[in-house]
Design a binder for this molecule. Structure first.
Ligand code: DAT
Ligand code: MG
Length: 153
């Protein structure tokens, strides 16, 4: 398994419900590296044309998804680590929070697919693609956490 990047986003319900600290904390404690972080109000046009949900444009729930994602600020994050894409999706849990295991973010903190509090990239390719989409030049920071030797042998 390789070092990968995942785009993780706390959706407007997570921000409005005061879950930002709780959600960031779960990734932080796992030992993966935070490389980008910002609060952002996504404009409707951007969400519609945005490549982010490109594969969902034909779905009946797409207009609702755009309304939801632009209904308030989101927290955009870039995380890096070995196998981070799959491990972040495990921490996040199933798309439908009713199917998400206890201990996962959606399993513990959400009840509906249309209000599932957090996004996580589904492949390393999409991780890179989404980070490039949501972050501008210079917003993603390369750095070395001091704890690294205590996480990797
Ligand atoms: P995930 O967010 O787990 O990667 P996805 O990429 O299939 O799931 O869908 C993106 C988002 O779109 C999902 O978090 C919530 C919304 N969505 C997906 N399927 C839906 C459905 N059947 N009804 C309503 N919203 C849906
Ligand atoms: Mg997805």
């Amino acid at each position: 398994v390789e070092v990968e990047e995942s785009y993780i986003m706390i959706k407007p319900d997570g921000v409005q419900r005061g879950l930002v600290g709780e959600i960031i904390s779960r990734f932080e404690k796992k030992g993966i590296k935070l490389k980008g972080l910002k609060l952002y109000q996504c404009p409707t046009e951007l969400a519609q044309d945005n490549e982010h949900y490109k594969d969902l444009q034909s779905k009946s729930f797409f207009p609702n998804l755009i309304d939801y994602i632009t209904s308030g600020p989101v927290v955009c994050m870039a995380w890096e680590g070995v196998g981070v894409v799959a491990s972040a999706r495990k921490l996040i849990g199933a798309t439908n929070p009713l199917n998400a295991e206890p201990g996962t973010i959606r399993g513990d903190l959400a009840v509906q697919t249309g209000r599932n509090v957090v996004h996580g990239s589904d492949s390393p390719e999409n991780g890179n693609r989404e980070i490039a989409l949501w972050f501008k030049e210079g917003e993603v920071v390369e750095w070395t956490p001091v704890q690294e030797p205590w996480l990797k042998e």
